[in-house]
Write a protein that binds this ligand. Structure first.
Ligand code: ADP
Ligand code: MG
Length: 688
């Protein structure tokens, strides 16, 4: 598959038409044109010059590779110029019509018509011969009809309207796309590589893991890495949406694409640029524009039936009154033409894409990655959000607070087992083991008891490590029971270490609640969203965290599969989103209607989730929801505006009041309104 940029795509339905034609070429079956992204994906084997011809027949063109970037406005600029001239000619002629010889007015009108309407006209004629009825066909018939009854003024206006519509469609989408492209521009281009103490400027793609790069103040950090020398504050807004600078010193993690504010940093690259967080974001954002939402699909289908339907109405309006109700042919022919113009579904088709691209862009600016219009639409309809506890509501950086030791092998066994685990708790225990300088040997036959703990063999002896559920083979003695209760009462998470006969000891672990959790829960509640906490931890810790953050509901002692069940039950009473980091909650993320992954979560969680919180921060979640709600509202408003104006125009035919003027203005007005309303989504609302 190869991907090309297309320029000059003027409307979604023309894009769909061209896609159909391209699909008929050899190797073209899999071709897909995305109007939102202005892109064509096509099999490598396809004949590109034929593709170009098809695109050219509708006034669009293909950009091979980096052929050009700035050309995307040339189409629109030409259109603008032509429109300007023809509008001028038009105005001039109506003002001076009385003093002009008739033939001169006609010439002026004709010139204006040709300049703004010739493309539509050619397309329309072609379609007419193929008996294909789309917008261009409608407009062409209306144009010819108006000329045939000598309505030059109206004919000119129809042509100008059409050019104008095309211009606006292009402009609205371009604005939305521009704003997205600006986002993509943050990708760094070069880096200063330090090799054998020599500095060398290299392109980003040659950087490899473990390379050391130098980043001076004001420069962009080339890829994800770790600071090995220097202190500075860094602006990570491009990745996380957080515009406050973040202090970085030795051993701090940094993201590619963030900007080094003042100091000089030496950074050890941990990921090649193509695997970095930024590259992932850019890729996902681009992909996101390409999926069609159900609403969009519906509108496109609707437009397919709407246009022929209007043509039939128009024929009926032209013929019925004169045939059966004694109307004059001339009057009703004119009315019928006006109805044809009402048949242009431009505003309707445009009601959704600009809004969606704007919404995805707004969220991306906040470090929230919505992987497609569909998910944006869903996010706006969510009624319940389920949160995993560890790593989501809490920081996921637990530390061991208490150690109860019954057997001096405790630390070395814990070390042997936990050093194989990626669970945040395992890291906390490893830290204690290392601090104590306890040596540990290798463990094997490791079995992860998902949501409970780990089973493993060390030096031929079998050990169990985890919460009570992982040690079901033992009856705890009184001392152990008392200690367990005491640790639980303090709201600590338990990690019990045992062999087949004895308990070796217990770790009491605690994880701080994220600073923003409480405020986010409050905001979600105000927005009418139910918040639910799901955790594999025991009830006391669950209660403590639930109280601290203020969730509406909490469920403890859940195994991963029980989290799935809970999500399913919640799903029955509304739309549920699940947020987690992918550790012991990946199945729940997958079954929820909307899966939201934390930015520091497992790679697979980030890959499969529908939305990713890149900054590993819940803070912007409420605003993402309100953006989505706004997008949904805008789309609804757009659809009702587009259809409402048409309906009013159609109703005007009953008393015979519909003029070509009204038809044209209602059409133009709808397109302008729809584009403008959609672009308001891009405007950031400072009041939170
Ligand atoms: P949460 O639902 O809060 O994210 P998990 O489902 O990941 O928690 O884990 C549930 C419980 O299982 C933990 O509180 C801990 O007691 C135990 N556990 C799971 N994996 C491990 C591990 N690798 N090391 C220690 N304890 C573990
Ligand atoms: Mg978890």
């Amino acid at each position: 598959m190869k991907e090309y940029k297309i320029e000059g795509l003027s409307c979604a339905s023309c894009a769909a038409d061209m896609e159909e034609k391209i699909k008929k070429l050899d190797h073209g079956e899999s071709a897909a044109i995305s109007f939102n992204a202005s892109k064509l994906k096509i099999d490598e084997g396809a004949n590109i010059s034929k593709v170009k011809k098809i695109l050219a027949s509708d006034g669009a063109s293909l950009i091979t590779n980096e052929e050009q970037h700035d050309h995307s406005h040339t189409h629109n600029n030409k259109l603008k110029l032509f429109l300007g001239i023809s509008t001028g000619l038009f105005l001039l002629t109506i003002i001076f019509e009385a003093s002009f010889p008739n033939i001169l007015s006609v010439i002026f009108y004709l010139t204006a018509i040709t300049m703004s309407g010739y493309q539509t006209f050619i397309k329309g004629l072609k379609n007419l011969f193929r008996l294909k009825f789309n917008i261009d066909t409608l407009m062409t018939i209306a144009l010819v009809g108006a000329i045939s009854i000598g309505e030059w003024k109206e004919a000119t206006l129809v042509a100008i309207l059409f050019g104008f519509n095309e211009y606006l469609e292009g402009l609205g989408m371009e604005k939305a796309r521009k704003s997205m492209e600006k986002l993509l521009k943050v990708a760094p281009k070069e880096a200063v590589l330090i090799k054998d103490e020599v500095e060398k400027v290299v392109p980003i793609d040659v950087l490899q893991k473990d390379d050391i790069v130098l980043v001076k103040s004001g420069e962009k950090i080339p890829s994800d890495g770790i600071v090995v020398d220097g202190i500075s504050s860094v602006n990570e807004a491009a990745i996380t949406g957080e515009s406050l600078p973040v202090e970085k010193e030795v051993n701090a993690e940094v993201f590619g694409g963030s900007i080094n504010n003042e100091g000089v940093l030496k950074i050890k690259i941990t990921k090649a640029f193509e695997d970095s967080s930024l590259a992932k974001i850019l890729h996902l954002v681009q992909e996101a524009q390409e999926t069609k939402t159900p609403t969009e699909q519906f509108i496109n289908k609707f437009a397919k039936y709407y246009t022929p339907f209007i043509m039939i109405i128009s024929v009926l309006v032209m013929t019925l009154p004169p045939l059966f109700f004694g109307g004059t042919w001339g009057t009703w022919f004119y009315q019928g033409l006006a109805v044809l113009i009402v048949g242009c579904p431009c505003a309707l088709i445009l009601s959704s894409p600009i809004a969606i691209v704007s919404g995805i862009t707004r969220n991306a600016r906040n470090g929230i990655l919505v992987k497609g219009g569909v998910f944006l639409e869903q996010l706006g309809k969510i009624t319940t959000i389920a949160f995993d506890k560890t790593g989501t509501l809490t920081k996921g950086e637990p530390h061991v607070e208490k150690i109860v030791e019954y057997d001096n092998r405790l630390l070395s066994i814990a070390g042997a087992v936990e050093n194989k685990s990626s669970h945040p708790i395992a890291k906390a225990i490893m830290k204690k083991v290392e601090e104590a300088g306890a040596g540990f040997s290798e463990s094997d036959e490791i079995k992860t008891l998902s949501g409970r703990g780990i089973e493993a063999t060390v030096d031929g002896i079998k050990y169990f490590l985890g919460n009570e559920k992982s040690i079901e083979h033992l009856n705890f003695n009184e001392e152990v029971l008392r200690d367990i209760d005491e640790l639980k009462a303090q709201g600590l998470t338990l990690v019990i270490v045992a062999d087949l006969e004895h308990v070796l000891g217990i770790f009491g672990v605690s994880d701080e609640v994220r600073q923003e959790s409480k405020a986010v829960m409050d905001k979600l509640r105000q927005a009418g969203i139910k918040t639910v906490m799901l955790t594999g931890d025991h009830i006391q810790t669950a209660k403590k965290v639930a109280n601290q953050v203020g969730v509406s509901e909490s469920h403890a002692n859940l195994l991963p599969e029980q989290k799935v069940e809970k999500i399913k039950t919640l799903n029955e009473n509304g739309s549920v989103a699940m947020i987690g980091d992918g550790i012991n909650d990946a199945p729940a993320l997958a079954v929820a209607e909307l899966g939201i992954a934390m930015g520091k979560g497992t790679d697979s969680a980030i890959e499969t989730a529908d939305i990713v919180l890149m900054q590993d921060h819940l803070g912007k979640l409420p605003s993402a929801i309100s953006i989505s709600k706004k997008v949904n509202k805008v789309i609804k408003l757009n659809i009702s505006l587009a259809l409402g104006l048409k309906l009013i125009a159609l109703l005007l035919t009953i008393p015979g009041w519909l003029t070509l003027w009204i038809a044209i203005l209602s059409d133009m007005g709808a397109t302008i309104l729809v584009s403008l309303i959609s672009l308001t989504i891009l405007i950031e609302n400072k009041v939170k």
